[in-house]
Design a binder for this molecule. Structure first.
Ligand SMILES: NC(=O)C1=CN([C@@H]2O[C@H](COP(=O)(O)OP(=O)(O)OC[C@H]3O[C@@H](n4cnc5c(N)ncnc54)[C@H](OP(=O)(O)O)[C@@H]3O)[C@@H](O)[C@H]2O)C=CC1
Ligand SMILES: CC(=O)N[C@@H](CCC(=O)OP(=O)(O)O)C(=O)O
Length: 344
C-alpha cells in the first residue's frame, strides 16, 4: 500500500510515521506539509536519522490521488477545506481531526467555533470507533477518526449503557490527559513552568468532545442524556485516564458488569478488561494501541466507577487510524499494531 500523511510534522503525524514504518503491508509513506516544504524529516526529528530521511512535500491533491490511503493529521478547520478535492478520487481518507465527526453542522459550529464541513461530507463520513463500527468502516471512503477522550470514554461506557446496566441520565466523566494531547505548537497552557508539578482543569462545560461523546452514546447505545465531562491537563507526555461515575440499575453486580464488558470485547484484541484487584494506570498502555478498562461496583452507594486508559497518540489517534485502515483493506486488525506497551 502507498500511504500519504498530511500534517506529518505534528505529533499525530509523527506517531503515524512510527507505526507505519513497521507495518508489513505499507510499501511507501509520503510526508506532506503546508509550511515546511523541502525540510528533511530526520533533520526535524533527529530520532529518525537513517530511518526517514526524505524531504517533506507540498500538499498536492493531484499527487495524492494516486495513493491508496491518505491520513490527515491537521488542526480542526483545515481538513474540511483541504480534503474535499480528494474525497472519492481514489485514496481512502482517514481524518484525525474533529472536522467530519459531528453529523450536525450547527453542533460543530457551536462547539468548535468554526465553519463546518459541507453537509454531504458529514453524512458520507464514517465514525471510526473501530470496535463499534467495523461493518461501516470496511466500506468507508472517508473515516472520521474519533477524538482521544471520546475513544477512552465510549469504549468503557458504551457496553454498560447499551445493556442498561447503568443510569445514563446522571453520568459524570472526569478525564485527564498528558500534554502531547495538545499537539506540538507551544502555548501558555503547555508551557513547562505551568504544566510541571501542576494539574489544571480546562474547557469546563465547553470541551469539543462533549457533543462527540453524546453523539456516540446516541448512535451506539441509544442513550440521549447530556453528560457532565471535565478535562484536566496532567504533567506527563502521553496518556489519558477517563474516570466515570454512574448509578447502577437495580440488581447489577460487579460480576454482571464484567460479564457485559468481557462479552462485548471478546473479539476485540485491543480492549482489555482488567480485574479490579489489579493496579491500573496510563503507563500500562503507553506506546500501544490498547484501551484498558476497569470497573468498581459499590453496593454501599449503588454506584459504579468505570475507568479506562489509552495512549492518546496511539489508540486515541494514529493507532486507531491504522486499525481502521486495516479494517478497510481487509487486513487483520492488529497488523502493524502489535507493539507491547512501554511501561518503564
Ligand atoms: N495529539 C493528540 O493526542 C490527538 C490529536 N488529534 C487531532 O489530530 C490532529 C493533529 O493533532 P496534532 O498532531 O496533535 O497537532 P500538531 O499541532 O502537533 O500538528 C498539526 C499539524 O498540522 C499541520 N497544519 C497546520 N496548519 C495547517 C494547514 N493550514 N494546512 C495543512 N496542514 C496544517 C502542521 O504541519 P505543517 O505545518 O507541516 O503543515 C502541524 O504540524 C488535530 O486535529 C488534533 O485535534 C486527535 C486525537 C489525539
Ligand atoms: C491536552 C489537550 O489539550 N488535549 C486536546 C485534545 C484534542 C484532540 O484530541 O483533538 P480533537 O478535537 O481533534 O479530538 C483538547 O483537550 O482539546
Amino acid at each position: 500500500m502507498k500511504v500519504g500523511i498530511i500534517g506529518a510534522s505534528g505529533y499525530g503525524g509523527l506517531e503515524l510515521v512510527r507505526l507505519l514504518h513497521t507495518h508489513p503491508e505499507v510499501e511507501s509513506v509520503e510526508l506532506f506539509t503546508s509550511s515546511e516544504e523541502g525540510t528533511v524529516y530526520s533533520h526535524k526529528y533527529t530520532h529518525l536519522y537513517n530511518i526517514m530521511d526524505q524531504p517533506l512535500r507540498r500538499i498536492n491533491a493531484e499527487e495524492m490521488s494516486s495513493l491508496d490511503v491518505v491520513f490527515s493529521s491537521a488542526p480542526a478547520g483545515v481538513a474540511s477545506t483541504l480534503l474535499p478535492p480528494l474525497i472519492g478520487k481514489g485514496p481512502r481518507i482517514i481524518d484525525l481531526s474533529g472536522d467530519f465527526r459531528l453529523k450536525d453542522e450547527e453542533l460543530y459550529r457551536n462547539w468548535y467555533q468554526k465553519d463546518p464541513a459541507p453537509g454531504k461530507y458529514l453524512q458520507e463520513s464514517v465514525y471510526g470507533l473501530t470496535e463499534w463500527n467495523r461493518s461501516a468502516i470496511e466500506k468507508a471512503t472517508l473515516i472520521a477518526n474519533p477524538g482521544c477522550y471520546p475513544t477512552a470514554v465510549l469504549l468503557s461506557l458504551l457496553p454498560l449503557l447499551r445493556d442498561q446496566l447503568i443510569d445514563g441520565s446522571q453520568l459524570i466523566i472526569d478525564a485527564k490527559s498528558g500534554v502531547s494531547g495538545a499537539g506540538n505548537t507551544p502555548s501558555q497552557m503547555t508551557h513547562f513552568s505551568e504544566t510541571n508539578e501542576n494539574i489544571s482543569i480546562y474547557k469546563v462545560n465547553k470541551h469539543q468532545h462533549i457533543p462527540e461523546i453524546e453523539q456516540g452514546f446516541q448512535l451506539f447505545a441509544k442513550e440521549q442524556s447530556p453528560i457532565t465531562f471535565s478535562t484536566h491537563l496532567v504533567p506527563m507526555t502521553r496518556g489519558i485516564i477517563a474516570t466515570s461515575y454512574a448509578r447502577l440499575e437495580d440488581g447489577v453486580s460487579q460480576e454482571k458488569l464484567i460479564e457485559c464488558l468481557t462479552e462485548t470485547y471478546n473479539e476485540s484484541p485491543f480492549v482489555r478488561i482488567i480485574p479490579a484487584s489489579q493496579k491500573f494506570g496510563t503507563k500500562q498502555v503507553s506506546g500501544s494501541n490498547y484501551c484498558d478498562i476497569q470497573v468498581y461496583a459499590d453496593s454501599r452507594t449503588n454506584r459504579v466507577t468505570v475507568v479506562s486508559v489509552i495512549d492518546n497518540l496511539v489508540k486515541g489517534a494514529a493507532g486507531q487510524a491504522i486499525q481502521n485502515m486495516n479494517v478497510q483493506f481487509g487486513l487483520k486488525e492488529t497488523t502493524g499494531l502489535t507493539q507491547v506497551p512501554a511501561f518503564i
